[in-house]
Design a protein around this ligand. Sequence first.
Ligand code: LLP
Length: 463
Amino acid sequence: MSRSAHPAGPRHADVFTEGHYSAPAADLNVLDEKVWARTVTRDADGALTVGGIGVARLAEEFGTPAYFLDESDFRARCRAWSDAFGPDADVFYAGKAFLSRAVVRWLQEEGLHLDVCSGGELTTALDAGMPAERIAFHGNNKTAAEIERAVEAGVGRIVLDSFQEIVRVAHIARSHRVRQRVQIRVTVGVEAHTHEFIATAHEDQKFGIALADGQAAEAVRRTLALDSLELIGIHSHIGSQIFDMAGFEVSARRVVQLLAEVRDEHGVELPEIDLGGGLGIAYTSEDDPREPHEIAKALSDIVTRECESAGLRTPRISVEPGRAIVGPTAFTLYEVGTIKPLEGLRTYVSVDGGMSDNIRTALYDAEYSVALVSRTSDAEPMLVRVVGKHCESGDIVVKDAFLPADLAPGDLIAVPATGAYCRSMASNYNHALRPPVVAVRDGEARVIVRRETEEDLLRLDVG
Ligand code: LLP
């Protein structure tokens, strides 16, 4: 996938590259720190350890497949984001990437805010004690019941996504005698070069209200006219797994232009802008993600500059990284089962999970890395496709990668950078049992989301 961004218009075809694999790494035993969680290393015997615990012990205690999440890495990334943006900005972790009650507690301890996009995420956040005023509630089709819960709980902001929703939220807030703080989500007309399904700021899609044709200005007009809504700012999220800052800069500039228009028309300076999430992470050694401090500097420079030239006070900025915080912190551990060499093609390595624990490869053509982690090997590299155990040929976890040719059933292999959108998008396809998430820190491992059991399956099936 190419990862540039430009104003909406030109098609994606010119920027997507053909599926390809690069040459094998010089040494397959080396774990590239770009794609692995920070405490991951190999021990003296060559087995991978995370948080000081070896994979053999983890597999024995928690089984496979399983996601292992490096808690200190997660916390460090939270701190890096909030330090980078400083006290005049707010970092909202996007819970859709991965949410659990333990995660909510870590976020609180590290001083972050939380973006939720469903009643289920809201319940998880509130249950784990996240103060409601630190929660932003998102979604293109929030139900009346969800809006009601969010208003009752006192969430810090509801992000309005349509003209109809302005009226719905206003009505519910009024009936609760609340003045609800809201932002308006606008689509700024930037086409981010990521997979079509995860690009969100071009105009032909379901999210937000277009800046074009004065629609966003009209949404501001209607919102300001409603007593039960307090418009605190404008929101823009341009897409996900984006590397190029250009799209964010265009987005920031256009949002500031709207603030200036609002000031000119209504005499009101909206105090906040939210520039969404979407920063890319390294899934393979070829990816080169930006660090939070680079992102913070680029965004705040552009907002400050644009505001100065428009004569506006600089608004408080918020951002909503999900993948960039949790993505790199986890890997999925699998046990190798059947190995099927296809002469002249590649070797298919089947693992005990698959598209039920990582749908991203099938859904977005996502690229991943993989390594043999229960031992090292000096065998020659072999070209493999890591596939799951589901009844479908698109059940691919890693499309093209190299593993040592002496790989054998029973070996443990791991796929890094699976912290975001893997457990949260996991399914029960073929009645698979969704794997656990195990947090590892300083020599201790604890389950934060347990493995699904066959009893869980039968409990939902009422017979
Ligand atoms: N804010 C809003 C309003 C969003 O819609 C999203 C993601 C985020 C923040 C967080 O974006 P992140 O920093 O995680 O890229 N399932 C897809 C990604 C969908 C993203 C949806 N919205 C994937 O696996 O790539």
